[in-house]
Design a protein. Structure first.
Length: 254
């Protein structure tokens, strides 16, 4: 959010509409909601949003799918929940019903939750790519950013293309999934972006507790998501392994 504010956008980070998450608001399909006129950029938990409705309701809106290495994302997410739980006086890890005192409803970070996160995000990634691949017009409004490994000139090129003023300009002939897909003339920063020396905030300034990392790695190994998948930016391989492992357990229990 700090990054977008530096660039002059009024940004909503998660909750911005009377205590409601912007993703929930989008699912109400109310284009007249004040949230959509009060803010210009929306981020965090975008997987909760109805991006198909948003793309249709706001025909000039741009969509950036953030991704990062699988294991690091899971550690960050599980540790975020751990901090909520510890502040509420609960055990650091547990299910959705094990920390009633937490001020947030985001309290599950046990093995079941971790497996579900992977499957859900893989489905979201697949759905986003499929939707924005359906037409040349939609391709002009979508880009993928690796929030940890892309910075500086790479980030300026990707977001510079995404935030260009006119969709008709600098059109791509393929979905922008990597830096190589960005039209080459956009490798130079545009006036709307910070100068080349501007820093990008670290994606996870807290780091992750050793216990969180150990839990995540144990869950991944137990579901067949071996270390060769831990740096994947697309989670389908691990999600399929989790699904196969669940099916195998189901057959054994019969």
């Amino acid at each position: 959010m700090t990054l977008f504010r530096r660039w002059g956008y009024r940004a909503c980070h998660g909750v911005c509409g009377g205590g409601m998450r912007w993703g929930e608001i989008s699912r109400a399909h109310d284009r007249s909601s004040r949230v959509f006129s009060q803010f210009a950029a929306f981020m965090d938990n975008g997987d909760e949003a109805d991006f198909k409705w948003l793309a249709g309701a706001f025909p000039t809106a741009r969509f950036v799918l953030n991704t990062r290495a699988l294991r690091r994302w899971l550690c960050s997410r599980a540790d975020h929940v751990r901090r909520h739980r510890v502040r509420a006086g609960c055990a650091p890890f547990g299910n959705a019903t094990s920390c009633a005192r937490a001020y947030s409803d985001f309290v599950a970070n046990d093995a079941t939750a971790i497996r579900a996160w992977v499957v859900a995000l893989a489905q979201h990634q697949d759905a986003a790519v499929a939707h924005f691949s359906t037409s040349h017009e939609l391709m002009q409004r979508f880009a993928v950013v690796d929030v940890e490994r892309q910075a500086g000139a790479e980030l300026r090129a990707l977001l510079g293309w995404s935030t260009r003023r006119r969709l008709e300009a600098r059109q791509t002939q393929r979905l922008v999934l990597t830096l190589a897909d960005v039209p080459h003339e956009l490798t130079v920063a545009t006036p709307r972006l910070p100068p080349a020396g501007a820093g990008v905030p670290h994606i996870n300034a807290h780091g992750s507790a050793d216990a969180t990392t150990a839990l995540v790695e144990r869950v991944l190994r137990s579901t067949g998501c071996n270390a060769s998948m831990w740096d994947d930016l697309w989670y389908r391989r691990c999600a399929d392994a989790i699904t196969r492992e669940g099916a195998a357990k189901g057959r054994k229990s019969k």
